[in-house]
Design a binder for this molecule. Sequence first.
Ligand SMILES: [Zn+2]
Length: 383
Amino acid sequence: MHEEIGSYLENMKTSPARLTDEALLAEVKRLAQCERETTATLIAHLVEVEARELFHAEGCSSMFKYCSEVLHFSEHATYLRLRAARAARRHPRILDELASGALNLSSIEILEPHLTSENYGELLGASRHKSKREVEKLVRSRFPQEDVPTVVRKLPEKVMALEAAAADASVGPTAAPVQPACTSEGKPTLIAAPPVRRPSVIAPLATERYKVQFTASEALHDKLRRAQDLLRHRIPDGDVAQVFELAVTLLVEKLEKQKFAATDRPRAAREGLNSPRAGGRTIPAEVKRAVWKRDGSQCTFIGKSGRRCTETGFLEFHHVDAFGHGGKAMIENIALRCRSHNQYESRIEFGMHQEDRGQIEFRLYEEERARTKAAGVNRTPGG
Ligand SMILES: [Zn+2]
């Protein structure tokens, strides 16, 4: 089998295969310690990258994008590291605990929302060398109310009602086992779902096919049944996937019309596309439509390394020459930017005071929450 092992192993000073059992075990321990220390060091550096907002200049709308798309961490690895970074910013001692192996990233993920300047010393101490399950238990015992929101009690009834209804109406969850959830971007939410809540799932089944699974409210269930009835002539078997596709298509069309003034039948521009109404700050609908189309519904910020921001959510119309500096609302002066890059460029343009770290942290946190919420998806607790 060693012939199949790649050049990385061949280039190692000492191949694991040549070590004695004793030396092999000692080396594994040493490497595990190295990995912990490297992770702690990396997280300390990520804190600084985020504080300086360097991810913006690299063409990323958030630290999450930077870690997953530029550093090539998996979404979950990114999530855990950013949670630890947030905890470390407020409580740097966490990095010592991480480096020593007393706490791992999963434990920090569980502890992070509960840490305060008053309790962190005691809470970290009580969690040292505990398994993830033990830390979860510890947190549940200390913060029972936070972990058992009122909605949790009612949810199982609704799930059961939905499943019962689904049995005779081909509506509702599939029989597939519940899996850890990912959003459309594969990104876990920042809030762990309550323990009894069924995680939502969007998982690729094959190229261009996805399994979507989520917990529906009673209202949504009723609306879905109604939509199936109204669509019987077009979708006789009430196929949920087709009904949802149609529903989401209509929703997207409606939202695009609101946000980007998109329309199938654009009115002729009264004064021409490049002649904005005199002096107005308002961007004419025809300019928005043209810009949206030209920019492909994606942020057009280009980072220093030439990387274009991949953000397709939180898009805003950005004045390339700022309105405050006389920039006009014309096609060549308007571009799509994600909110993050729009604000970043405003700060550069107008030399606004940089937000303090707490504000940046809060904004990114809120944006990620909103993004995952918008995807309508949760993840299982922990992981
Ligand atoms: Zn962007």
